[in-house]
Design a protein around this ligand. Sequence first.
Ligand SMILES: N[C@@H](CCC(=O)N[C@@H](CS)C(=O)NCC(=O)O)C(=O)O
Length: 266
Amino acid sequence: MRTVLWHIAISHYNEKARWALEYKSVEHERRAPPPGPHMPLALWLTRGRQVTLPIIQLDGERIGDSTAIIAALEERVPEPPLYPADPDERGRALALEDWFDEQLGPYLRRLAFHELRRDPERFDALAERGAPPAMQRLGRAGGVGARALVGVRYGARRSEAAEHAREKVVAALDQLEEELGDNEYLAGDRFSVADLTAAALFYPLVRPPEASASGFIDRMPEPFERFRSPLRDRRGYRWVEEMYRRHRRRTPAPAAAQDESLSGSR
Ligand SMILES: N[C@@H](CCC(=O)N[C@@H](CS)C(=O)NCC(=O)O)C(=O)O
């Protein structure tokens, strides 16, 4: 049975799963359902266990959640490893994966969508480029629906919530730098799931060219760019760029390459 990834093109948790698949050169097909209907689809795919994407079909099993997806990949495709061999380093890598999943991911998403919702033209442009064709055909109605969805699901409506999110993102950058110290990598002396997770979840802030979704929008709304600008010289920010340059292998397997051109999925 072929490996299939159901994903959302612009989402950073989905970027985490795409990166792991490409890092391990796993041939796969990608399907991108429209935001909104992706929730019942996710529930159906996982028999009610999961409402979010990414979800992978691997050896006939459907697995949701980027962390569980990487664990399953690591088991089936151990090379190149994303888990350090040393048990202490592995423990640290997995703890850091969880930390960035919980302390960075939701807040950067909330902040990005908060600013995008206040700039409907940009939001719609992003929806047009980042959404699957089925969604694009809805035009403005699709944009209005997507704005409502992210407002409710990601708490992106209130300015107080966005202010708190700004603080959390800066705190995550502080934490990244502290965890790195003088080292190149977060756990041990080679790239691991900890580095992949931190870099992927920071992608909407740093927007490295190697992350394909960075290209969906030329420039984020002004308030987001003002927030981002002073962070560009931070060691953590440059480290994310470096992780992408060094490790974001862009060797999509034939089925994955095809995905970009398949109508109805991206
Ligand atoms: N912990 C999950 C988070 C995934 C997640 O939040 N996915 C979002 C897209 S960024 C989603 O599908 N959201 C739909 C929803 O919340 O209804 C993971 O690591 O996979």
